[in-house]
Structures are given as C-alpha cells and as structure tokens.
Design a protein around this ligand. Structure first.
Ligand code: ATP
Length: 328
C-alpha cells in the first residue's frame, strides 16, 4: 500500500452501545499500528472530543477486548456536539493534537454528527456501523445485530418453555424503535405466531384472525413478537385488547429490554467488526472521507454518509410471508 495520507487518527464509540464495538476498536487500533499511524482513543463519544479526553492507544491497549461486550471507550449521547460551540471546541482539540482523521463507530445519529463536523472543519471522517438495530443503509449487517438477535432468540426460546407448560399467550417486545429486523428474524427463528413491526401496517383485526386460525389448528400456546416501535400501540395496549376479545386466554407480556445490548459478541459480529475496523483505517489512508464502511454480499464497500443516513434497508417481504406460512 502507498504511504498513508493520514498520520494521526482518533477513534470513538457513540450513541447506543452494541456488542462488537470493542472488536471494531481493536481492529482500528491494530490496523493503525500496522501502518505506523498514531491512534488516539476518545472516551464517551463526541463528548471526549469536546473535553479533550484523548488517550494514545497501541496494540496492547486493546488486548483481550475482542470478546467483551459494551465499549471500553464508553459511549455517550452528546448534546454539546449538536451545537456549533461544542463542535468548535472539538475542532480546536483535534487541531492541538494534529488529528487528520476520525473513525466514528455508532449509528445514524453518530454519522450525522461526523458529517456535520467534516463539512464545517474538513477533518476526514469515516463511519463504522455499530448498532443492534441493523437500520443502516450501505451494509448488509451492522455490528451488534447478530449478537442481539441471538440474545432475543435465546430469551424467546426460554419464554416458549413456560408458555407451553401453562398454555399461555406471550407478547414479547424486542428492541427496534424504527426497524423490525430483530423482531422479524427472532420471530421467524422461534416460530412466533405473529410478528408486529413498524415497517408494516398491522391491524388488531389481523392479529385476532391469526389467533383464531391458531386455535382451529389446535395450538396450545402462542408467542407474538412485537418490535418496540410497532405503530399499532404499546405492547400493553395490544395485550389488553387481545385479553378483552379472548377472555379465555392466559396472557403475559415480556419486555426483553437492555439484555439485547449486552453480552459477548457472536462470531459473526467479531468477524464483521474486525473487517470494518480494518476497512475504516484503510479508507482513511486512501483519502476517503464522509463515507461509511460496510459489507455488502461479502465485499467491503464505502457509502457516502449522506446516503447511509437517508436511505433504509428494506425488510424482506419474503421473510414475513415465510413466517406466516410456517407459524401455523
Ligand atoms: P443508535 O442507533 O444505537 O441509537 P446513534 O449513533 O444513532 O446510535 P444518537 O444518539 O442518535 O445514536 O447519536 C449519537 C450522537 O451523535 C449524539 O448524541 C450527538 O452527539 C451526535 N449527533 C447526532 N445527530 C447530530 C447532529 N445533527 N449534529 C451533530 N451531532 C449529532
């Protein structure tokens, strides 16, 4: 590879944490070291840029973190970075340290911040998609999604055991404020009777019809997986409406919550994070900026941040159809 265009970079993790962020950080630090680029870790997302919280990182500083959940740099939602004054302070600190490139590991909000900063101050930025929601365009999967999906699947399997023992109906809420990827795939993987996601216009009548079909088919317990951002209403409202129409059901609600963010990253997430962390540094070395690195069809691709945050990965309609056919 030619001589790198950048000699000093920083890396930060921002927004909601996701399993595999540490593996991505490790990849960034070690790739930088391999190519003789100085790398600084920034604590607590963009807050660290503003507070001058820069720590030089070498290959040994990221030892044994590939298997750790969370992020050793910690993450934050920085309100200050959303203000011109906050970003000016961040720029002055970058200038003082001679920073030429920033690797931002996070979700679409993080990329928005990176884009604004590049456009204002011209320091190269590159995004690494780290979010459990899988809602970023320009990559088939985001870092953390596979682990979160498997955590949700394990939890729903356990709920299934108790549902079957007591002939119960369970409504299980999984994460996904705007995207139903976790709900759709965990629901399919656990044989949910129905899956409610924000991308589809669901109706209570359709849900009731599904229950009636299930009863006719002789099902003794049922699980409905509901994405956090389901537009029909809260999971408690949906459960209550069902109880009113089916008083004979023993209904329970389980909200999986933050367990979906934690835990040791899956193999797929560690591999993805390693590839994308490497790709981010190589991208900066090649002079790329204002882009996000992703994997599409097993190939590393760089997508303009503008596009990554504006467009959306579509839900696979076939998966919805397959889950409907297989559930009853
Ligand atoms: P997740 O998808 O997991 O929630 P995220 O990266 O989308 O992760 P956000 O909280 O939306 O999480 O964004 C992370 C941070 O990015 C914000 O706290 C803020 O510091 C910065 N940020 C977001 N939008 C902007 C913006 N328009 N201008 C400047 N900074 C921004």
């Amino acid at each position: 590879m030619n001589e790198s265009a950048v000699k000093k970079i920083v890396v930060l993790t921002s927004g909601g944490d996701a399993p595999g962020m540490n593996a991505a950080l490790r990849a960034v630090v070690r790739t930088a070291s391999h190519y003789n680029i100085d790398c600084y870790g920034i604590r607590e997302g963009f807050n660290g840029l503003i507070n001058n919280d820069f720590t030089k990182m070498g290959p040994r500083s990221v030892k044994h973190i590939i298997s750790e959940g969370g992020t050793i740099l910690r993450s934050a939602r920085s309100l200050q970075f959303k203000t011109p004054e906050g970003r000016k302070k961040a720029y002055e600190n970058c200038l003082q340290h001679g920073i030429e490139g920033i690797v931002c590991i996070g979700g679409d909000g993080t990329f928005r911040g990176a884009k604004v900063f590049y456009e204002e101050y011209g320091i190269k930025v590159i995004g690494v998609p780290g979010t459990i929601d899988n809602d970023i365009f320009g990559t088939d999967n985001t870092i953390g999604y596979d682990t979160a999906l498997n955590t949700a699947m394990d939890a729903i399997d356990k709920i299934r055991d108790t549902a079957t023992s007591h002939n119960r109906v369970f409504f299980v809420e999984v994460m996904g404020r705007d995207a139903g990827f976790i709900a759709l795939n965990s629901g399919l993987a656990t044989g949910a009777i129905d899956i409610l996601i924000p991308e589809r216009k669901d109706s209570i009548e359709e849900l009731f019809a599904t229950f009636e079909r299930a009863e006719k088919a002789g099902k003794s317990s049922s699980i409905v997986v509901v994405a956090e951002g389901e537009r029909m209403g809260s999971i408690y409202d949906i459960a209550k409406a069902t109880q009113n129409s089916f008083p004979q059901y023993d209904i329970r609600v389980a909200v999986l919550g933050h367990i979906q963010r934690g835990g040791s990253p899956s193999c797929a997430d560690r591999v993805l994070a390693s590839r994308l962390g490497y790709g981010a540094v190589v991208g900066l070395m090649e002079g790329k900026t204002n882009v996000m690195v992703g994997m599409q069809s097993n190939r590393m691709v760089y997508t303009a941040i503008e596009e990554a945050i504006k467009k959306h990965n579509e839900i696979d309609q076939d998966l919805l159809k397959i889950s409907e056919i297989l559930a009853i």
